[in-house]
Design a protein around this ligand. Structure first.
Ligand code: FAD
Ligand code: SF4
Length: 338
């Protein structure tokens, strides 16, 4: 049985105190939200903090406020269940409700938070293993080793961004408010991510994700499709988030963001631009899906063969666009099982 190592648990009552504690304890400390990813990672010694700063006692970090007309404010400690079942989210930002409702299992969605999902660690077959397993193969540079076992000549880690909600929030134009000991800043969620499997977040260690801000729904439609092996629960090995706004039957704005194809969510900008000014005909959809598969460059370090995952990008983007065009035949349900 894998056991948690000893640690000190701190329970600040305010975000400012939490940020102060993170600075005080430096590299020894980590934030814990629902703990559904962090505690298993600690058991496998992928994370070795001696201090955990728990956000559970900070009431201002929980709940959904605002309206579709003004935009929504989502507290990072809101559970995935609450996000997926929130009436305004489900009606006006359906892609987000779908993604939150497809994360792991019901039990983990009751504990797991949207903030933890946005900040969740990147994944790799050579890393998401017990300490003994990793030791037996000599470790890798993401933890305890010095080479990449997927791409041994590579100077960087290619672990995969595996959050379900991150690509949807990106496609919806969400912003995040980060609070640190020296003040706060609000940035587009796209600016939160870095293309590096180890340092995958562009925030300082002592910054807390304090709010997720969604712009007014303003006619935007959204959809999220997920490829995973087990329909009951599994991390995505491909996530496709599409958000677009029509005027009449013509697309006026569009964003396509791919999850689980790189160390960060990957925006398929050219494909989305090609939709603007067009009607979503089968030909336009097929062309956009072809182009969207371009930025998907999965490596052989998660479930399913990487060339299959790349091929499925085209299939899933087309399926998502068909759904938004009302052309979908219903095949594949939300998770679009292969
Ligand atoms: C069996 C299993 C299946 C899973 N399946 C999926 C899946 O299908 N899709 C998916 O996306 N995830 C999946 N997960 C991962 C995890 O359950 C979810 O990502 C969950 O949303 C994490 O939220 P949490 O509140 O538990 O985060 P925690 O585990 O508490 O934290 C996760 C990370 O985020 C950081 N963090 C949390 N909140 C903040 C904050 N406010 N500010 C700064 N940093 C913060 C923590 O320091 C930690 O690094 C799975 C996990 C397990 C164990
Ligand atoms: S991509 Fe390479 S360095 Fe990163 S976790 Fe996998 S094997 Fe390790």
């Amino acid at each position: 049985m894998m056991r948690l190592p000893p640690f000190t648990y701190l329970a600040p009552k305010t975000v400012a105190d939490a940020a102060r504690l993170l600075r005080e304890h430096g590299a020894d400390a980590m934030v814990v939200a629902g703990g559904t990813d962090l505690y298993p990672n600690m058991k496998r010694r992928q994370f070795e903090p001696t201090v955990l700063v728990g956000l559970g006692s900070i009431s201002e970090l929980r709940g959904v406020g605002g309206s579709a007309g003004r935009g929504l404010s989502i507290g990072p400690m809101t559970t995935l269940t609450a996000v997926s079942q929130h009436a305004d989210v489900a009606r006006d930002y359906p892609g987000l409700a779908t993604a939150a409702g497809l994360v792991s299992s019901p039990q983990l969605r009751n504990m797991g938070t949207i903030g933890g999902n946005v900040c969740v660690d990147t994944r790799c077959n050579y890393y998401n293993q017990s300490f003994e397993w990793r030791k037996a193969i000599g470790f890798c540079m993401k933890k305890d080793g010095d080479i990449c076992l997927v791409a041994p000549g590579s100077p960087r880690c290619w672990a995969v961004s595996s959050s379900d909600t991150a690509p949807v929030l990106w496609s919806l134009g969400a912003r995040v408010r980060l609070v640190g000991p020296d003040g706060e800043r609000t940035v587009p969620i796209a600016a939160l991510y870095r293309d590096d499997g180890i340092e995958y977040l562009a925030k300082r260690r002592d910054e807390i994700l304090a709010e997720i801000l969604l712009p007014p729904a303003d006619g935007w439609q959204s959809v999220y499709l997920k490829l995973r092996r087990r329909g009951s629960f599994d991390f995505p090995v491909l996530g496709v988030a599409v958000a677009l706004r029509h005027e009449g039957h013509v697309v006026r704005e569009a964003r396509i963001v791919l999850g689980a194809v790189a160390s960060l969510p990957r925006e398929a900008t050219v494909a989305a631009q090609g939709l603007v000014g067009e009607r979503l005909t089968p030909e336009v959809i097929a062309r956009a899906a072809d182009i969207a598969a371009g930025p998907a460059k999965p490596l052989d370090n998660t479930d399913y063969a990487h060339f299959y995952r790349k091929r499925m990008t085209r299939v899933f983007v087309a399926r998502a666009l068909r759904r938004l065009a009302g052309l979908d035949d219903g095949g594949g349900a939300d998770e679009g099982m292969a």
